[in-house]
Design a protein around this ligand. Structure first.
Ligand SMILES: Cc1cc2nc3c(=O)[nH]c(=O)nc-3n(C[C@H](O)[C@H](O)[C@H](O)COP(=O)(O)OP(=O)(O)OC[C@H]3O[C@@H](n4cnc5c(N)ncnc54)[C@H](O)[C@@H]3O)c2cc1C
Length: 452
């Protein structure tokens, strides 16, 4: 996928973490010193951030309690295997595997990978004709060149700023495709909401993306081994007014010395958890201001392929932005004849109100435009609804008009040295990614470890 293609690639953004510590918490625990403490540490949420922190403490012989609302670990690492091929509802790729802590973690966890190639793609227009290279390539280069230097203003959304400066692209299907399948996919946000300043100001690791082929939940399960994870335990209240922190769940109240909050930004925005006193240090404003995106995925399975099975990706320049314009061909790395379709932005939110039959019909309209009217209906279908998912209320976080990406950094400082924050939305540099969530889990664990 194109994700992070234009983002500055560097390792310089992680000097705050000891790299040795970082790698050692990925599994090589031979030389990790034991920590001695009688303090109680509670982690809310068993997604990548929460599990990274829990594993950090487990490696140092410190017991922690992880409270997880769902009946499974992993959060937005969620794999459905009911149709034969692992369908990753949330994250699929290790973006930029070089130096990325998820790469070694994946190896240790027994996750298998396949290197996806952005060049193995064919893009089709609504009449079913593929864009010729001599048209597509220069336009894509032009798009990349414009985005490289593009800037709007703090109160303008990306769409407002972009179409003011480049009105000629307003009704151009290919450019709508670029803006949606690249930019909206990368950032999660509809361009009508996305910041026109802070859309690609984050960092990235290098190397071609790796897709996990046996399910991203393999990594979550690996991290969760031998950790006291209490499933089906939604937290409703965190009271840190007095000495110890009181955590209220449906099942029990727990007292802790340190609490690490890793629930997604969407959950914080919906006030699912009441904090007493209210969160300070600009965190409340960050929660209000930053937004959650709405990327959704749809798996379609057939008895036989009707597409070029050598392609890694198929693009379609839909009339409507974000509407089944991007497909990944799962046949390249599995025995199942499956395509995974994506929706982005506002259209993605709309799909969550649509019936399966309506969705399949829209997907088939695009595929039949490319491959012919005789293409059969899929024999199997799965879908996501991330915006209405009560455990995340969205796919991943983005900076919006009027709200700068510096807001992501507000979560870095603990409150009263009792309340700590981690999760993809707490990483300015690596927001919206699995490695971002992982690195913030380690960051918060190190902050707590310093206080033991
Ligand atoms: C469609 C989609 C595609 C993506 N693709 C990629 C990709 O290819 N590569 C990549 O790097 N990233 C990708 N991401 C982003 C990546 O999945 C996330 O950034 C990362 O998994 C977030 O981890 P986290 O720990 O911050 O949050 P989560 O994984 O959401 O974990 C938070 C946990 O908190 C729990 N929780 C919520 N409410 C409560 C409560 N009240 N009490 C207790 N527990 C609670 C949740 O159930 C969840 O388990 C994608 C995400 C989506 C949705």
């Amino acid at each position: 996928m194109k994700r992070r293609k234009f983002v500055h690639t560097t390792l310089s953004a992680i000097p705050t973490l000891a790299f040795g510590t970082l790698l050692s918490s990925c599994g090589d625990d031979d030389e990790i010193p034991t920590l001695m403490t009688d303090k109680t540490i509670v982690i809310i949420g068993a997604g990548m951030a929460g599990l990274a922190a829990a594993k950090y403490f487990k490696d140092r012989n410190v017991d922690v309690i992880v409270l997880e609302a769902q009946d499974k670990v992993g959060g937005r690492l969620k794999t459905d295997r009911t149709l034969g091929v692992p369908f990753d509802e949330g994250a699929s790729w290790i973006h930029g595997p070089n130096g990325n802590p998820i790469t070694s973690l994946a190896n240790n966890a027994g996750a298998t990978t396949f290197e996806t190639d952005d060049e193995e793609v064919e893009i089709f227009d609504i009449d079913g004709n593929a864009y010729p290279d001599n048209q597509f390539d220069p336009e894509e280069e032009q798009f990349e060149a414009i985005l490289e230097n593009f800037t709007g203003s703090v109160d303008q959304s990306f769409a407002e700023a972009f179409y003011t400066q480049y009105p000629q692209y307003q009704d151009n299907r290919l450019w709508t495709y670029f803006l949606s399948s690249y930019l909206e996919f990368d950032t999660g946000g509809d361009i009508s909401e996305l910041s026109s300043l802070d859309f690609y100001d984050d960092e990235a690791f290098g190397g071609d993306d790796l897709i996990i082929t046996n399910g991203f939940d393999t990594i979550a399960e690996f991290l969760a081994q031998d950790i006291d994870v209490r499933l089906n335990t939604p937290v409703s209240e965190v009271d840190y007014a007095d000495g110890k922190v009181r955590i209220v769940t449906d099942l029990e109240d727990i007292e802790a010395d340190f609490v690490l909050v890793t629930v997604p930004l969407g959950v914080l925005k919906e006030d699912v958890i009441t904090f007493t006193p209210p969160l300070s240090g600009g965190i409340e404003q960050a929660i209000d201001g930053l937004k959650m995106g709405a990327v959704n995925k749809f798996l379609c399975v057939w008895d036989a392929p009707f597409w070029d099975t050598d392609l890694h990706y198929i693009g379609f320049t839909s009339e409507q932005k974000g509407k089944f314009s991007y497909f990944i061909n799962l046949r390249t790395f599995s025995d199942t004849n499956a395509l995974m379709a994506f929706t982005f932005g506002d259209y993605s939110k709309q799909t969550e109100q649509m019936e399966d039959a309506e969705i399949i019909s829209d997907i088939m309209t695009n595929l039949r435009a490319i491959y012919g009217t005789e293409v059969p209906e899929p024999t199997g279908f799965l879908r996501t609804k991330w915006s209405s998912n009560p455990y995340s209320f969205g796919s991943y976080s983005f900076a919006t008009s009027g709200v700068r990406s510096s807001e992501f950094s507000k979560f870095e400082a603990p409150i009263d040295n009792k309340l700590f924050f981690a999760g993809e939305h707490t990483s300015r540099d690596y927001r919206g990614t699995v490695h971002g969530a992982y690195l913030t889990g380690i960051r918060a664990a190190e902050q707590i470890a310093d206080l033991l």
